[in-house]
Design a protein. Structure first.
Length: 156
């Protein structure tokens, strides 16, 4: 088989893809970096942006992972130790995080961001000017507030 044959080219591409899968760095996960539709059940260990056209459901944010919910919606996220979720507005669209569980990570709510039903097992929630936190349950960890609106927070 010569190198100009279509079969040779297909085999070369297939070999390259198999090599990439075999030698992928350990712990590397696949996730959608720019969410513009609906994304379900992903593990984020890098940077993910959820803008006004995006919604994520059941995202697991792990060490060094960052989810930026800027005008989009995040439902049911779990923020583990070293993970970070930033919630705010983008292009006059409100960013929203619903039913998030913080387990050692950090959630930041700022101008144009709304957090509803957050449970803090451990870790931190920071709410800044223009941010709204509604129905947060603090079992452990901290909620820091600065010029924001806090509604119906429960300490357990």
């Amino acid at each position: 088989m010569n190198r100009t044959s279509p079969h040779y080219c297909r085999r070369s591409v297939l070999s390259l893809l198999i090599s990439a899968l075999i030698y992928a760095p350990p712990g590397m996960t696949a996730f959608t970096p720019d969410v513009i539709g609906v994304v379900n059940d992903e593990t984020v260990d890098g940077s993910q942006r959820v803008d006004e056209r995006g919604t994520t459901n059941n995202t697991h944010i792990i060490n060094h992972g960052q989810q930026n919910v800027h005008g989009g919606v995040s439902n049911g996220s779990l923020i583990e130790s070293g993970g970070y979720q930033d919630v705010g507005s983008h292009n006059n669209f409100v960013g929203q995080a619903n039913n998030t569980t913080i387990n050692g990570g950090r959630q930041t709510i700022h101008d144009g961001g709304i957090s509803t039903g957050t449970i803090i097992d451990s870790g931190n929630q920071d709410v800044y000017t223009g941010g709204i936190s509604n129905g947060t349950t603090i079992k452990g960890g901290n909620s820091h507030c600065s010029g924001q609106v806090i509604l119906a927070t429960v300490l357990q």
